[in-house]
Ligand binder design. Sequence first.
Ligand code: 9UX
Length: 71
Amino acid sequence: AADGQSFAVAGMTCEHCVASVTEELSALDGVDAVAVDLKPGALSTVVVSASRPLGGDEVRAAVEEAGYTLA
Ligand code: 9UX
């Protein structure tokens, strides 16, 4: 899942955070894979691979639904 759109997410500190964000983003239409580079105390990098271009608003909504903030 190295290919995809990259987003910076604030507030993720543990593997449960990773699971929550991955679950929400995976539910978006066309998403094939979600890869998270967890950086506790900093901005984590989330790479979303999808069969279509993802809109920033839908990604933001999914991240916020999981309880985090799109930087
Ligand atoms: Mo537990 Mo990760 O509250 O924020 S899910 S540390």
